[in-house]
Design a protein. Structure first.
Length: 507
């Protein structure tokens, strides 16, 4: 057993400068997801990627990122968060350069998988650096407010940037744009970030845990991705879900028995953190669905250009920034997190409920704009305390894996959201066409039927998203029971030591 040094209680004087570079890296990762979606049709044509294979541009990234997140979080705890963060940035930049220079589909898929690998190092390292650098409650609230706004609003910013780059340059720039982000963040982090002493977990790496968790998460993400393209009853889809359940069950059993687990069960079983992971994962299902359907609605039904579509999402970004930095940050040290999270998710659900009224000629200013503002305000208010609470009171040696669990719940939520809501939308669209095809006898009527059937599909899926957000709100209200995050951070339950005190590193 080794006793780690107790770090200085004095806060890092460069912590706010460090936040700039951590936030920049987070923005790059979040932007990348939506930027590539907008560029996909152009890249597909240019590289000759078949219709059946185009999903791999998204899936290759999702599998590597989702599958390796827990491993990435543990590497950050073992190897050092700053070193892992900088390595992740450099690797992500190199993989982005490879993607932008792709000459065929194999090179593109490989680049996307590499982006996922380095993203899985980068994302948990970024969040865990915040957790160990900002320990004073009010400062922590501000830092996580900024991080939460970027995590929530960055995807919509990606739609604007992706629209501009695709429309006025070409799809390759949606990859190349990551390079300056990564270089600036890596250089800044190298010179500015000073990781607190004694926060590493030098226990031996849990190899069985790494293998079981990676394979289990890959099978889960691939199962949902395949369900979207091949259906829920497809043999391979079902096999993936069964394999995932068995692997993840074996992972939990392993983690309960080994001396130095990859994911200490104390991180999951503390009710507040468990509540955060579950409610965030569900909320992301709804958010991914919204981005997807509102983008298609504005472009396919209303005829918006990619750039105009991006700007149409600005009210949501504005709402998220206000909710996160003004409401969440100001109230987090005064009221219990559940009083921000539960009403926040509920407000987002009401905004989503407005969008169930979408029609072919719905007024943007009259319905879509106020719905987006409510969604943004609700999500920003809820995400901010959730991001902070996910690492609040956790032992510093576990900060990396606790951060990885936040990203894992979001990544798995995104995969589920895209597959589940897309399937619901497709079924509703098909049913509507079958019911109304007989009356569409002219080309104009057929065109109108196609538009109405799409809207019918979107609204059917959005109803599900409303229900999911209500469940998120209920989970936050019931499971999250800690008090206002004031004073020295501490969580109820396991791991409630002061964050600046680090007990024994080796088990």
């Amino acid at each position: 057993m080794s006793q780690s040094a107790v770090p200085s209680l004095a806060p890092d004087p460069k912590r706010w400068k460090a936040l700039v570079f951590i936030a920049l890296a987070q923005l790059m990762v979040v932007l990348d997801a939506t930027i590539v979606n907008i560029a996909l049709p152009s890249a597909q044509d240019d590289l000759g990627i078949s219709e059946g294979n185009k999903q791999w541009v998204i899936t290759a990234y999702a599998l590597a990122f989702g599958g390796l997140l827990l491993f990435g979080g543990r590497i950050a705890d073992l190897w050092g968060r700053k070193r892992t963060f900088v390595t992740g940035l450099i690797g992500f930049a190199a993989a982005s350069a490879l993607g932008g220079a792709a000459t065929g589909q194999a090179m593109m898929f490989g680049a996307r998988a590499l982006q996922g690998v380095f993203g899985a190092l980068l994302a948990p390292a970024a969040l865990s650096l915040l957790a160990v650098m900002f320990t004073e409650a009010k400062e922590r609230a501000k830092a996580f407010g900024i991080y939460g706004a970027i995590a929530g609003g960055g995807g919509a910013v990606g739609l604007i940037l992706g629209g501009f780059l695709t429309e006025y340059l070409n799809w390759r720039w949606t990859f190349f744009v990551n390079i300056p982000f990564a270089v600036v963040a890596a250089v800044g982090a190298y010179f500015v970030i000073r990781e607190p002493e004694g926060g590493r977990n030098r226990s031996p790496l849990d190899i069985p845990g790494v293998i079981l968790s990676t394979l289990g998460l890959v099978a889960l993400v691939y199962g949902f991705t395949r369900a979207e393209s091949d259906g829920w009853s497809d043999g391979v889809t079902v096999a993936m879900f069964v394999a995932s359940a068995l692997l993840l069950f074996a992972f939990v059993v392993t983690e309960a028995k080994v001396k130095a687990p990859l994911l200490p069960l104390r991180v999951l079983t503390e009710r507040n953190r468990g509540g955060v992971y579950l409610s965030l994962g569900l909320a992301v299902i709804a958010m991914f669905g919204l981005f997807l359907f509102l983008t298609y609605y504005l472009q396919a039904v209303r005829g918006y250009s990619p750039v105009k579509t991006g700007f149409a999402f600005l009210p949501m970004i504005f709402g998220m920034i206000v909710g996160s930095t003004q409401i969440g940050t100001r109230l987090m040290t005064r009221v219990p997190p559940r009083l921000l999270m539960a009403p926040g998710f509920l407000l987002a659900a009401i905004g989503m409920l407005l969008l169930t009224q979408l029609d072919v000629d719905t007024s943007y200013a009259g319905l879509i704009l106020p719905a987006q503002l409510m969604l943004g305000l609700g999500m920003g208010t809820a995400f901010m305390p959730a991001m902070s609470l996910a690492t609040h009171g956790v032992e510093p040696r576990d900060a990396g894996v606790a951060s990885a669990m936040v990203n894992t719940s979001q990544q798995v939520g995104g995969a589920i959201g895209t597959a589940l809501l897309n399937t619901i939308a497709a079924s509703a669209t098909t049913a509507y066409i079958e019911d109304h095809a007989a009356s569409a006898t002219t080309p104009a009527a057929q065109q109108l039927l196609a538009a109405k059937s799409m809207v019918e599909g979107y609204t059917a899926a959005i109803w599900w998203a409303v229900g999911i957000l209500v469940v998120s709100s209920l989970i936050a209200a019931v499971l999250v029971n800690t008090g206002a995050q004031s004073g020295t951070p501490a969580a109820s339950g396991d791991g409630a030591e002061d964050e600046v005190k680090i007990p024994v590193v080796a088990h």
